[in-house]
Design a protein around this ligand. Sequence first.
Ligand code: GDP
Length: 510
Amino acid sequence: MSNRRTFAIISHPDAGKTTLTEKLLLQGGAIHQAGQVKARGEARRARSDWMKIEQQRGISVTSSVMTFEKEYGGETITFNLLDTPGHEDFSEDTYRTLTAVDSAIMVIDAAKGIEPQTLKLFEVCRLRSVPIITFVNKVDREGRSGFELLDEVADQLALDVSPQSWPIGMGGQFEGILDFASGTVARPEGGSKEFLGTRDENPDIPEQWAEEAELAQVGYPEFDLEAYRNGDLTPVFFGSALKSFGVTELIDAIAAHAPPPRPQPSEDGAIAPERDEVTGFIFKVQANMDPNHRDRIAFMRQVSGTFKRGMKLTPSGLGKPIAIHSPILFFAQDREIADTAEAGDIIGIPNHGTLRVGDTLSEKNDVRFTGLPNFAPEILRRVQLKDPTKTKQLRKALDDLSEEGVIQVFYPEIGAQHIVGVVGQLQLEVLISRLSAEYKVEAALEAAPFATARWIKGDAKAMSEFESFNRANLAKDRDGDLVFMAKSPWDVNYQQEKNPDLAFSATKER
Ligand code: GDP
């Protein structure tokens, strides 16, 4: 079985994802001091000011990949942790990142339970049957009762829940975490009441908590590997990322239960990781942090084969092979040049705009992965140039940024003003900031008379008929595909009913 575990953490902002990430990396010995994930992020941001929004809002808009290893009885497990931007506005990027993982950890704040962003991200995982391990965080503080939280997860997510541990008190009364499998209690120590490695083998548990723990074990289903892997059951761990409780248990559960690289859907059926030839797909493109350099890193999720440096792969969008001389693996401390990579790994491929989100890469140019959607934008804006002589720069910038997946761009069939579409408001701010910082293009956004967009498909005759009647509401996307710009959702339904031969689609797979 493959020793790769490729996963993401999903959570609502502030639930503790960053803190947990640091502690997971510490586990693997990838970093030696907590705080480095954020510190590194800050140093990086200080170096480049193109993402002013990141600084202003103190949020992370860009995703990254962290790789670390841990030994299990002589076997080394390699963990690939894909960071998903936590802000609720920036969801498209997050969705795509979730297409590149085999499992996820869902972090819940013990005082808050399931929050809106948790739910949204969970729905994406469910769509793809991505199995979930739940971490109830911050039990070192006063929180809601464990039972209430378990029931909320079960009810709101329609999942079986299987508690694997139990907090001995919370907040001021917190005395540690009982691990059901071993029967040991991880104890807080010192003034900071952190977990420093002391596990009580014969714990004396106050009656109230002992009874609760007993109830939790008999009152909920036992862990069932198949149900978990099918996405029907979630094991639940209680802990505190800040005080290091439950972190080891979590990573050990990923190692033991989380699926190794899964087959991925393609136009010709699922591609198994055992396939000899290297295949993969691009789920993210990130501009260089240095605004003076136009090169980008495309993130490829490897699906099959053994990748070797210098190998030639054909991107589906290009049709001719490119040699991959300086691939990057994202180890937590430094970027490292990869010599080989396996199914489940993420490879960064430097390029100048050749690689786009949704592209398949393969040795024989014989595979097309599916399921990497563009989402119909929910916010559409006209781009207005402050300096009309910069039309060309604007077009270039919009094309670049749409390739990166920051925005979608639409060129109306009538009229010269470009329209940009996004799923979340924050994307618009990123757009304006990057236009100015990287392309020296000052632009403003104004309302467009459209509420959403739909990709249209149908036979040539039906298409051209529709086109001739609706030109004022039609645009082409970056690939030249026809898009219907709708004034309202009602408008979409109306046109769909009137044109039964055409399909109006809210997503487009490249
Ligand atoms: P993110 O937005 O999900 O990445 O959340 P962070 O990891 O940045 O955490 C948000 C806040 O919660 C920070 O102030 C953390 O110090 C705090 N926090 C995270 N984990 C814990 C925990 O286990 N216990 C307590 N008391 N605070 C925590």
